[in-house]
Design a protein around this ligand. Structure first.
Ligand SMILES: Nc1ncnc2c1ncn2[C@@H]1O[C@H](COP(=O)(O)OP(=O)(O)OP(=O)(O)O)[C@@H](O)[C@H]1O
Length: 295
């Protein structure tokens, strides 16, 4: 549905993006992660045709997005990172205006979305909070049933309940076959919605990862509290790889082989045992931290 090939843009400052390539298949939610200034919004603006790339090509639904921009854009829903509205309008007035440009009868869907996101669309935009404006932007991106939806940090300003509603909305649209490109700083949001995610750093693609595969790499962290520090030390020397030992408390990170842990721990009296899943953020974080990026 969306093919990005060798997209390159260098700004006079020397910043920008270089050789970004990825593909989001129909019905896929493709995540876009990366530290501030990595080049996510630049990539998205190039995909949307708001700037011309120095090199590279974007294909949307089999068509060159650069050459057939008008054609292609009616199939695309877009939520920019920073929304600029026509301040004199109400939310509904703005959506009416946009609906007329999209040339699709989007009123019924628009009203359903407004109800789901629970905001007063008749409020003048200049009186709206950041979160309310974000909701108007989300409705604008989804109301015309586009085949491809590109969202640049969509949940900025939304409260946790609305973030949850937003995740549900994405999953519902995905079930209908809508394709998403979702730029986000929220790891839980990426984990809940995405099939794959690209990590972009310093304008280059650091990795493209399958979320299911990442989940299978997630380790479980077991915190074992022994009766005394001697037992904890003896346990930590028994061949089990420990993440930390602090008095009678030992943390073990396990990926798959729980049997060895259970056998080793069974030799000592235990006061408690707690397990927590390593979160996706920890799995991704090393891409953010790395100074050099492997090809
Ligand atoms: N129009 C522009 N002119 C000059 N430099 C720009 C322009 N747009 C972006 N940049 C620079 O390109 C780099 C990438 O910016 P971009 O906004 O794409 O990052 P981002 O990954 O979206 O960051 P964030 O997570 O903070 O939104 C930054 O160094 C930014 O200053």
């Amino acid at each position: 549905m969306l093919i990005v090939e060798g997209l390159t843009k260098r700004f006079p400052s020397g910043r920008g993006i270089a050789d970004i390539s990825f593909e989001a298949k129909q019905g896929e939610v493709f995540g876009f992660l990366g530290p501030n200034g990595a080049g996510k919004s630049t990539t998205i603006r190039l995909i949307m045709g708001f700037m011309n790339p120095d090199r590279g090509r974007v294909t949307i639904d089999g068509r060159d997005a650069g050459r057939r921009a008008g054609d292609v854009r009616s199939k695309v829903g877009y939520l920019p990172g920073e929304i600029s509205f026509l301040d004199g309008m109400s939310g509904r007035g703005f959506l009416d205006f946009l609906g007329a440009m999209q040339r699709v009868d989007s009123k019924a869907k628009r009203e359903r979305l407004i109800e789901r996101l629970q905001f007063d669309a008749d409020t003048p935009i200049r009186k709206m909070s950041k979160g309310m404006k974000q909701k108007v932007g989300i409705v604008a991106a989804l109301m015309h049933d586009p085949a491809l939806v590109i969202l640049d940090e969509p949940t900025t300003g939304l409260d946790p309940l609305m973030q949850k509603t937003f995740v549900e909305l994405i999953l519902e649209e995905k079930r209908r076959g809508t394709t998403f490109l979702l730029s986000s700083h929220s790891f839980p949001e990426i984990e809940r919605t995405c099939d794959r995610a690209a990590i972009i750093k310093d304008g280059r693609l650091a990795a493209v990862k399958d979320i299911r595969e990442l989940r299978s790499l997630q380790r479980k962290l077991f915190e074992l509290v022994f009766d005394n520090a001697e037992d904890a030390l003896a346990f930590s020397c028994s061949g089990i790889e420990t993440a930390s030992v602090d008095g009678s408390r030992v943390v073990v990170a396990v990926q798959g082989d729980y049997d060895a842990l259970v056998r080793a721990a069974a030799r000592y009296p235990l006061r408690s045992i707690d397990a927590a899943a390593q979160n996706l953020e920890d799995v991704f974080m090393h891409y953010y931290d790395r100074k050099e990026i492997a090809p």
